[in-house]
Design a binder for this molecule. Structure first.
Ligand code: GUN
Length: 335
């Protein structure tokens, strides 16, 4: 039996069983005082990008057009990361950065021109769009064959029918991570907190396809903790810093934190990060804020069997899966 952290030789079932046996608040258990496993994603994200690069180095020309509208600083960072990943793997990219005052009609014209170009394989319109633009109309205007985000109703519908073509990048990345770490999906109680088109809904579909028993929770769910505490696998995507506390987590559960929130208040940082607070406060002093997910990391560490860190978790996989989807779009268009 090996219990080294961060390697594939960890006996997850034993860790989870131990947590369930020892139950709450870091109580010492019969087997020992096992630490929660951090599901770091950097290595897997690098591997996915390497595989894409190998195929592109073999001679395939691939191009992604990324469209951003307005000045949302978070969107600017996300799109920059996506363009950088394209450079890493050898995908040609175009960055269309439009002003906040761009009209829906102008954006539709751009999407139509990208649809018509044979040299463009993938089109990504970064969300959210400015309020004045009808997001649904823009997503529906993208050619489903170039919809590398998997947001078009044709792709969402195919996923819901169990015939996925382009799957939204974040849930697709989470499935890769769970498989890479040998986390059991078939038959487990999975709970997805959040019902967005980008994460919650497609995540639930993917887990259902793999024979999990899936519950979707949202802002109107009654007694959220009572529901989430039944979950062997808990995926949280609600955009609220540290919202999921220890009481929401079943001992030993695998917890996937999709949130990416900024915190700068020192009391809040201490409440969220426990023994790691000083390190995070240094980040706040240097950069003005630190990132935290939707799960309270210090409380989760006392209860969960595994947890994806923020940063260093799911976010890295989103970008890697975008590269994979773009490569697949190029392949499918050349068939
Ligand atoms: N906004 C937040 N996540 C995403 C994503 O995966 N794709 C796009 N296009 N916009 C987003």
């Amino acid at each position: 039996m090996s219990l080294q952290k961060g390697t594939k030789s960890i006996d997850h079932n034993l860790v989870i069983a131990d947590r369930q046996f020892g139950a709450w608040k870091g109580r010492k258990s019969a087997i020992g005082n096992f630490k929660m496993i951090k599901l770091e994603a950097a290595e897997l994200a690098a591997k996915i990008k390497e595989d894409v690069k190998a195929e592109i180095d073999g001679g395939l020309r691939v191009c992604l057009a990324a469209v951003r509208v307005g000045d949302d600083p978070a969107s600017a960072v996300y799109v920059r990361n996506k363009i950088r990943a394209c450079e890493e793997v050898g995908i040609r990219s175009e960055h269309h950065a439009l002003t906040e005052s761009t009209s829906g009609a102008e954006l539709l014209d751009l999407v139509a021109s990208l649809n018509a170009r044979d040299d463009v394989d993938g089109i990504l319109v970064q969300l959210p769009l400015p309020r004045a633009i009808n997001e649904t109309a823009i997503i529906e205007a993208i050619n489903p064959a170039k919809d590398v985000d998997g947001f078009h109703p044709v792709n969402a519908g195919k996923l819901a029918m169990g015939r996925p073509v382009f799957v939204p990048c974040t849930p697709a990345g989470i499935m890769e991570l769970l498989d890479d770490r040998g986390v059991e999906i078939r038959g487990v109680n999975a709970c997805v907190v959040g019902r967005s088109q980008i994460v919650g809904r497609p995540m639930a579909q993917l887990l259902l396809q793999r024979d999990a028993t899936v519950t979707i929770c949202h802002s109107r769910t009654r007694d959220l903790a009572a529901v989430t505490r039944t979950a062997d696998l808990l995926v949280v995507a609600i955009g609220r810093a540290g919202f999921i506390r220890g009481e929401h987590i079943k001992p030993g559960a695998v917890v996937i934190d999709v949130g990416m929130n900024k915190v700068s208040d020192s009391d809040e940082v201490r409440a969220l990060f426990g023994s790691e607070a000083e390190k995070r406060l240094e980040v706040v002093a240097k950069r003005g804020a630190t990132l935290v997910g939707d799960v309270n990391p210090s409380e989760a560490a006392e209860v969960a069997g595994m947890l994806t860190p923020v940063p260093g978790g799911v976010g890295l996989l989103t970008v890697a899966m975008l590269m994979k989807n773009t490569l697949n779009a190029a392949r499918l268009r050349r068939q």
